[in-house]
Design a protein around this ligand. Structure first.
Ligand SMILES: [Ca+2]
Ligand SMILES: [Ca+2]
Ligand SMILES: [Ca+2]
Length: 554
């Protein structure tokens, strides 16, 4: 509080000193008339005094005692007729012993001043004086507030009286440099516009000049002063950018400082676009996706000093999310293992791919980021069925891709082989075909193929043939060719599902076996029977022929 009061009093002191220095007006009073009467008559006329509108006057009146005195002065009277003065209007009247009042003649018309006293109170004495008041004023200004190195300054002083320019007035200009040295001291006459000018060259260094223009009015000096500054140092501009990627259009704020004259304007050019300034174009806005936007920037101060241009490069903006794809096991429909291989493609046009993350559920709550690799071993959740794998990509700017996903069907269960049949059942005759049937099913991926494998005791290799699904019976069938007698056939069934699982049904590694039986009796009965029949037929025919021959001989 005490400090504030101290500062305020210092401020007041400075102001009062400045006011004392900057007395740029003066008044000059000229007595127009002065009357002094002892026991004045009822009507006193002052000398007719020619006054023009706008003229300032002062009336000074004093009487020996307070009286009821009406002084109707002549700016209520004009000389409009040859018969005398006509009252136009009353400007003032008073009842006083003392008066000291200034007036301005109210119009631009010509007026004549006179004085009439209608009242008579027998006063002893009065004095009245009318003064003309003229006000002189001087004003000085520099053509600029701030100047650059070695620039020329023009000082212009204007002198007027009662607001009107006056020519021929002698103006003395005096200029002191920043070190207090008087560098100019000359006199100039005002022209018809009431103006006097002087031109001089400033120093090539920073600093503030004081200039004074003065005239002498009625032995009084009035003066005005102006200060101006040389500024030879260009501003300094700073761009605020931390080098990180932006993901939306962003501003690079330019801040400029300047000593002496201050910053007049900050200019910039983004990439090769037209030059803009901050006042009208706003701060530079980066909108183009690139890893290397550039801003050229500089400032100019109020003295016209232009800063060396700076160029900020590597301004990064990426507004586009990365893209990619995921493939499981080279695009297979099925897998029989929870361990799969993922193939990831990830691209980002501007900032580039930074990292990726994978998920079995598509919820990005606990999945960690990792650097991308072309292939990745991944574990599906257990349990047969359709399994999706999700992935997301992040670019260097921090933008996230959409979630990409692919599915694969997990099938870890082998096919089921049941209801094994053989027709005929049991041993078979030589060359007799044997049909094997089986009910084969698979739960997740379905049956891809079923094969019947067999070997005989006369072979050294296994034969393998596809079993065909009979659409009527829904059983897989294969018919083994007939074999020679004495052949022992053993077989098994192998089923494959679409996921690569397989099951072999081989009767607990004992295989299924049948034998081709060598039945000689049955083989010989027929030809023997045929032979016997033929023989019997032949004998029978021969007997009939003999009987018929014997009947004919009779
Ligand atoms: Ca400067
Ligand atoms: Ca991007
Ligand atoms: Ca299966």
């Amino acid at each position: 509080m005490a400090l504030a009061l101290l500062l305020m009093s210092i401020f007041s002191l400075v102001c009062s000193i400045q006011r004392a220095k900057a007395q740029n007006t003066a008044t000059k009073e000229t007595t127009l008339f002065s009357l002094s009467k002892f026991v004045p008559p009822r009507m006193v006329e002052a000398p007719n005094t020619h006054l023009v509108g706008g003229t300032n006057v002062r009336i000074k009146f004093s009487a020996s005692e307070p009286i009821d005195f009406f002084c109707q002065n002549s700016w209520e009277y004009n000389q409009s007729s040859s018969t005398g003065w006509n009252n136009v209007t009353s400007h003032w009247s008073d009842k006083t012993a003392l008066m000291n009042t200034t007036f301005t003649i109210p119009t631009t018309d010509t007026w004549y001043f006179t004085l009439v006293n209608y009242e008579y109170h027998g006063i002893d004495v009065y004095d009245i004086t009318l003064y003309r008041i003229e006000t002189y004023e001087i004003h000085v200004e520099s053509d600029r507030r701030f100047y650059g190195k070695w620039q020329q300054a023009t000082l212009k002083a204007s002198v007027n009286k009662d607001g009107q320019p006056i020519s021929g007035s002698n103006v003395v200009f005096q200029v002191s440099d920043p070190y207090g040295n008087v560098v100019l001291n000359e006199s100039k006459q005002t022209n018809v516009q009431g103006q006097a000018t002087t031109i001089f060259t400033l120093l090539g260094e920073d600093g503030t000049y004081n200039a004074t223009a003065r005239i002498i009015v009625s032995e009084k000096t009035i003066e005005d002063f102006v200060t101006f500054t040389t500024d030879v140092t260009a501003p300094t501009t700073i761009a605020d950018y931390n080098g990180t990627w932006g993901t939306n259009d962003f501003i690079v704020p330019l801040t400029a400082i300047d000593n002496e004259s201050g910053v007049e304007e900050v200019y910039y050019r983004i990439n090769d676009e037209p030059i803009q300034n901050v006042s009208t174009g706003g701060q530079p806005l980066i909108t183009i996706e690139s890893a290397d936007n550039a801003i050229e920037y500089w400032s100019i101060d109020n003295a016209g000093n232009e800063e060396n241009h700076h160029t900020l490069t590597g301004i990064k903006l990426d507004k586009t999310v990365p893209t990619g794809s995921i493939v499981i096991n080279n695009g297979a429909t099925y897998t029989n293992s929870t361990t799969v291989t993922l193939i990831l493609t990830a691209t980002d046009s501007t900032s580039g791919v930074y990292q990726v993350r994978y998920s079995n559920d598509g919820l990005w709550n606990s999945e960690s980021w990792e650097l991308p690799s072309p292939t990745k071993t991944w574990t599906l959740t257990p349990g047969d069925g359709t399994k999706a794998v999700y992935c997301q990509i992040q670019d260097q700017a921090g933008l996230l891709s959409i979630t990409y996903s692919k599915s694969i069907i997990l099938d870890t269960a082998s096919p089921i082989i049941e209801t094994l049949l053989r027709i005929p059942n049991g041993d078979v005759q030589p060359d007799q075909q044997v049909t094997v049937l089986a009910n084969v099913t698979d739960s997740a991926s379905g049956i891809k193929s079923v094969r019947l494998r067999y070997i005989t005791n006369k072979d050294v290799i296994w034969f393998s043939f596809p079993m065909i699904l009979n659409p009527m019976t829904r059983l897989y069938e294969y018919t083994i060719y007939g074999q020679q007698a004495g052949t022992v056939v053993k077989y098994e069934i192998v089923a494959y599902d679409n996921a690569g699982n397989n099951r072999t049904e081989n009767n607990g590694e004992q295989y299924y076996v049948y034998t081709v039986i060598p039945e000689f009796t049955s083989l010989l009965i027929l030809p023997l029977f045929i032979i016997a029949t033929l023989l019997a037929t032949i004998i029978c025919k021969r007997e009939r022929k003999g009987l018929q021959s014997r009947k004919a001989m009779r």
